[in-house]
Design a protein. Structure first.
Length: 404
């Protein structure tokens, strides 16, 4: 029988983030008294990036200061220090600040090898997710769990609040469309923390490798304190270069669909995922020009003037616009105004529906076909409901926090 443990916090640090109910929210990493005993005298691997912080200090630096023996660091997309472009290859290296080997787990290599873990006794995971299926950190989590099972290692997940954890919406992925931006049958916005998601992966037996009875694998989740799925949690550190603020994080589930089209999704601008457009759209619309910048050195339509929309505003106004669901009208309007409908979606050379990047983002080919056929937003939403209802029943089994 697989072993899943949830350890609740007994000792807390001060953290300036609210849950919307006047209580301070404390991420799992801050509950040191709950997991330091599990690390004492052990050789540790840490899967981390710049979001893995306690106060303003990185988790790795904190643990080293406390005498924890970290022998290997693993980094996701954007790298351990978080400066790489989206999708860019990050080579292995030795971290200059700590002298610890860093292994990249993005690209061709997605999980630790037996050799990577030969000296590791406990695997630790601490990444700030944003609660969106095509954000690659939940795929990274899955591969890390698979490696822990294969190599019979105990795994500790330090949970963090989900900034989009207050709703569930969008098309549910069909496994025929599984890819590096979505592997499991969950909706675009799944309303779970990364610790809850880890429990679901193991509990639903969605993993390729199954935990063996009596072997070394176990999953321990260190929960957040005072978090609920009604919490509006503001991230203290941007989760990746192209999600620089809370407005972009809230918009991302709705506007990332433009990555599967020929339109710019705003990378290379001041407000990624809040600007979207194309040179062939009417020049009476909002004008912007994507430029090369850190985190987006080669954005789509670089140095080309685009016409489209700027939906950037303050956090509260954005939340009021979204109303706790995906905002489809931007995509519908862009498709309606685009002059050459056959060129709207980025082409798949194979011609297979599952190879279109747009369909990988949405998790099936339905939304593409619905746009082409002129479905209304209401008709599109109604088509999602049976799968969403089924997913919500699964989700409910693994929640660690009060639901919305």
């Amino acid at each position: 029988m697989k072993k899943i443990t949830v350890l609740f916090p007994v000792f807390l640090f001060i953290f300036l983030a609210g849950n919307g109910q006047g209580n301070t929210v404390y991420p799992g990493a801050w509950q040191l008294n709950n997991y330091l005993p599990l690390l004492k005298g052990k050789k540790i691997s840490v899967f981390a990036n710049p979001t893995s912080v306690i106060h303003h200090t990185h988790l790795v630096d904190t643990l080293l200061h406390l005498g924890v023996s970290i022998v290997k660091i693993f980094g996701p997309e954007h790298g351990f220090r978080g400066t790489a472009d989206a999708g860019a290859h990050v080579a292995n290296y030795t971290d200059q600040q700590t002298g610890i080997p860093v292994v990249s787990l993005y690209g061709k290599k997605v999980r630790p090898s037996e050799d990577d873990l030969k000296d590791v006794e406990v695997m630790l995971f601490d990444l700030q997710d944003v609660g969106v299926r095509f954000y690659t950190y939940i795929n990274a989590l899955q591969e890390y769990i698979e490696s822990a099972i294969i190599n019979n290692k105990p795994l500790i997940v330090l949970d963090r609040p989900n900034p989009n954890g207050f709703y569930v919406d969008g098309p549910v992925l069909n496994r025929k469309y599984s890819s590096g931006i979505g592997m499991q049958p969950v909706p675009v916005v799944y309303g779970m923390t990364i610790g809850e998601y880890a429990k679901m992966l193991v509990g639903e037996q969605w993993l390729t490798h199954k935990p063996a009875t009596g072997k070394g694998f176990s999953l321990t989740v260190i929960p957040c304190k005072n978090y609920t799925h009604k919490s509006l949690y503001r991230l203290p550190v941007k989760p990746s270069p192209n999600l620089p603020d809370m407005t972009s994080i809230y918009l991302y589930p709705s506007t990332c669909f433009f990555e599967g089209t020929v339109l710019s999704e705003g990378r290379g601008t001041e407000h990624p995922f809040a600007l979207f457009g194309h040179p062939s759209l009417p020049d009476t619309l909002y004008a912007f020009t994507p430029r090369s910048k850190e985190g987006a050195t080669a954005p789509k339509l670089k140095d080309v003037t685009c016409y489209g929309w700027n939906v950037y505003t303050d956090e509260q106004s954005t939340l009021q616009t979204l109303k706790g669901q995906l905002h489809l009208s931007w995509l519908l309007n862009a498709y309606a105004l685009f002059p050459d409908k056959e060129d709207f979606f980025i082409n798949a050379p194979s011609g297979k529906p599952e190879d279109y990047f747009f369909n990988k983002l949405t998790g099936n080919s339905n939304l593409m076909q619905q746009l082409i056929q002129g479905f209304t937003e209401t008709e599109i939403r109604n088509s999602w409901q049976p799968d969403l209802t089924a997913f919500k029943k699964i989700r409910k089994k693994y929640l660690l926090y009060a639901d919305f």
